[in-house]
Design a protein around this ligand. Structure first.
Ligand code: GDG
Length: 740
């Protein structure tokens, strides 16, 4: 992979003024550390906002800041005070943030902030576009920049785009609420690789894509009209060694090297050696479940009075978004709860909660991680939660217990923690009791497993895994593009076509010559299609066959006016021009009543589905079903049928939102070969879009021109993206156009 650039709301440096001098302050967060390793290794730029509002500083200051940032390969996106207000504090933090964290009651729907979000996203995209070269890759981060992938892709399709969302992706029922849902999804779909922390977020995203846009999804791939997009879960790690080494250093520290904070902690431990400390660290945000946690601690003190005077909650709440009403109310609530618990259970020798409303330097943070016996991490929603991982990495003695909310992404990786529901205060209180009374051996056993895992999958591994997958996506897309019919491929197909004397052309119908309709009966051939086919068959060198899964009556009726051969029901019936329908293979229909009753059961249980009865096959259609239920039932049905079909010599065929049960050995491959017989053709071509057409692509002679319609994996030699492209391809061919 050539250069990789990073794009995020904030640069890894902020601009500050010290004694009237502009200085760069590096950011110490995990993301900055992980991404620095990437953009430096791959000679890229990091593009983002520096924290400087352009209307609050002079042009000269901006120029100085820019050149200092440029020296670090960072490119600032300049934003005004108003832009920050509307795009960042507005749409990002008052609309997307609450929505994606399931706080729908806090979501603001404001056209002005939405317009600003679009405008500023465009500003980020335009800045990036100035630095991107064809073949480069760019890794875009987080919810402030959801529209940027598409804004870049639409201008430079040959740039590979990765996107990672650091917060949860909500379920369809929540996501659907937002008026700009389609714009946001299409924005993200500009990326070639989309990453989430957990599989749950990934599947919510898939569900929204399926229901709101309707793209097909197979395994981890979304098939748009002209591209394959890969989606996967990459749980973010931390700079494990940094925490471990800092903690080890503190372990060895001499008295005179210790911080004042550590000396205070040491004093406390000396006087009250049996006192247990419980740690709580978050930004003061409503998603973090701080009031719930405080109430649960209250319940604990109430329910387990023997631990009063023996357990202290150390609560660090980092000020955040203080201008916003919800945050001010939260601060008030937290202050009151802390006051009330300390008032009720505290005395001269005991303060149940040590409350710090500020941020602390890194070394104090590690001191807290080291000193606290238990980490109580109970967000009501959290994309990942790195504090949990940092606590584990800092426990160099191997003891300590972590209580973790099941609503945090990190819970998926930490089965050894005590997992709780953050809304169940009683459960949290009991978890605190279990943590305090957990034997040391068990603590060590659990801690060791978590440490081994986190050490292996740290932030560098996380970043490298994402980049590795981005590279793989490039190859998947290259493979896709190689097969796609371009001018040169078209010319070579057209040359063989024009130079041939006898041609067999097999055309699948639904999804190839015409688009899918909700009601299959509505997909009859339109005038334009009939004229394309008539032009093709008017050339006496052409022997054109419509080869379809449809029943023979429908095909016979629809193509009555065309001089084409027909193959119906995937090869059960063949009708040559001017001849009657024949059945080239021995098939029977005795199995049909049994299988039909199974299908009926699925129809009853799955609204929107129905059965199509053909002469020798049965089809269960689920295009109109609720998408996820349809896929799930299709899976169940295949499972149920698989046990039966072997004995009955039947075959299950999975088409586009259909499952068909039919006699074994009869398919489009065997039928097309049967049709060719011993006749000599010097040009054979087959076009089709789904799984049932793959039999043709596989079985036809090697020299056949086989074309898959769509973006799926295929045995065909070539690909065309859409039905419209098929039509124009066939028109050009029949008109003898050399270039199309
Ligand atoms: C997003 C998602 C996801 C906290 N207080 C102090 C301090 N911290 C540091 C911690 C930790 C970080 O801040 C907070 O980590 P989170 O995981 O909560 O992440 P966020 O940056 O808030 O947010 C979150 C994350 O992205 C990564 O994808 O996990 O779910 O919301 O590193 O150590 N650091 C210092 N002093 C403090 O007082 N020095």
């Amino acid at each position: 992979m050539s250069r990789i650039h990073i794009l995020s709301n904030r640069l890894p440096f902020s601009i500050e003024k010290e004694n009237d001098e502009i200085v760069l302050k590096p950011s110490v967060g995990g993301l900055a550390t992980g991404m620095k390793s990437i953009y430096k290794k791959y000679s890229g730029k990091w593009i983002g906002w520096s924290g400087q509002e352009t209307d609050n500083c002079s042009q000269e200051e901006q120029t100085i800041a820019e050149s200092m940032l440029n020296a670090e390969n960072c490119i600032p996106v300049c934003l005004t005070n108003e832009e920050i207000n509307l795009y960042y504090e507005g749409f990002s933090n008052k609309t997307i943030w609450p929505l994606f964290h399931y706080f729908t009651q806090f979501v603001e729907y404001n056209n002005q902030t939405w317009e600003a979000y679009k405008k500023v996203n465009q500003k980020f995209a335009d800045t990036a576009l100035k630095y991107l070269n064809p073949g480069d890759a760019i890794w875009i981060h987080d919810y402030q920049l959801l529209l940027v992938p598409e804004m870049i892709k639409s201008k430079m399709s040959d740039v590979t785009i990765g996107f990672f969302l650091h917060i949860p992706f909500p379920s369809f029922e929540v996501f659907r609420i937002i008026p700009w849902r389609l714009e946001l999804l299409h924005g993200m779909l500009g990326a070639d690789l989309i990453g989430f922390h957990t599989y749950d977020y990934e599947r919510h995203f898939f569900s929204c894509i399926r229901r709101l846009i309707g793209y097909d999804i197979s395994l981890n791939n979304i098939h748009t009209k002209d591209r394959v997009i890969v989606v996967d879960a990459f749980p973010m790690g931390i700079d494990y060694e940094k925490f471990k080494q800092s903690s080890l250093k503190l372990e060895m520290a001499k008295e005179e090297d210790k911080s004042d904070f550590q000396l205070e902690l040491d004093k406390f431990a000396k006087f009250l050696p049996d006192r247990k400390l419980i740690l709580s660290i978050d930004r003061l945000d409503y998603t973090k479940g701080i009031p719930h946690r405080l109430r649960a601690f209250n319940t604990f003190l109430e329910k387990y009075p023997e631990f009063r005077q023996k357990v202290t909650l150390v609560m660090l709440a980092v000020p955040s978004r203080g201008q916003v009403d919800h945050y001010q109310l939260l601060k008030k609530e937290v202050d009151e709860l802390v006051g009330s618990i300390n008032g009720q259970y505290g005395d001269i020798n005991f303060t149940p909660i040590w409350y710090f409303y500020r941020s602390m330097p890194f070394y104090n943070l590690v001191e807290l991680y080291r000193e606290c016996d238990i980490a109580l991490i109970t967000p009501v929603r959290d994309g990942m939660n790195l504090v949990a991982k940092e606590y584990i990495a800092s426990r160099v003695k191997g003891d300590g217990v972590i209580i973790l909310s099941e609503m945090a992404g990190v819970a998926k990786e930490m089965g050894e923690a005590i997992i709780i529901n953050p809304n169940n205060e009683e459960e949290i209180a009991d978890a605190i009791f279990s943590a305090i009374t957990m034997p040391l051996k068990e603590q060590q056993l659990r801690m060791k497993q978590m440490q081994d895992r986190l050490q292996r999958y740290d932030v560098f591994k996380w970043a490298n895994e994402f980049v590795k997958t981005l590279d793989k996506v490039v190859h998947i897309q290259q493979d896709f593009n190689v097969k796609r019919i371009n001018v040169n491929i078209y010319k070579s197909i057209s040359d063989s076509y024009l130079n041939s004397a006898k041609r067999a052309i097999f055309l699948d119908y639904d999804g190839t010559l015409t688009s899918f309709k909700n009601n299959p009966d509505d997909a009859f051939p339109d005038e334009n299609l009939l004229s394309i086919i008539n032009r093709l068959v008017s050339d006496t060198k052409n022997n054109v066959t419509i080869i379809s899964g449809r029943d023979r009556l429908t095909l016979g009726k629809w193509f009555d006016s065309c001089r084409v051969n027909l193959i119906a029901e995937h090869g059960v019936w063949i009708k040559r021009i001017d001849e009657e329908w024949i059945m080239p293979f021995v098939v029977n229909d005795k199995w049909m009543p049994n299988i039909k009753s199974i299908l009926e059961n699925f129809v009853d249980r799955t609204p929107g589905t129905f059965i199509e009865v053909k002469n020798f096959s049965l089809v269960w259609h689920y295009r109109k079903a609720e998408p996820e239920q349809g896929d799930k039932r299709a899976y169940e049905l295949k499972d149920e049928l698989t046990n039966l079909v072997g004995n009955l010599n039947l075959e299950i065929m999975e088409g586009n939102k259909v499952i068909e049960v039919k006699n074994g050995g009869v398919n489009k491959g065997s039928a097309s070969l049967q049709f060719l017989g011993s006749d000599k053709y010097d040009f054979i071509m087959a076009l089709g879009d789904d799984w049932t057409d793959e039999y043709m692509f596989r079985d036809l002679p090697d020299e056949a021109v086989t074309i898959h319609v769509g973006s799926k994996r295929t045995n065909a030699k070539y690909k065309l993206d859409t039905v419209e492209m098929v039509r124009s391809f066939l028109s050009s061919l029949s008109l003898g156009n050399i270039n199309t």
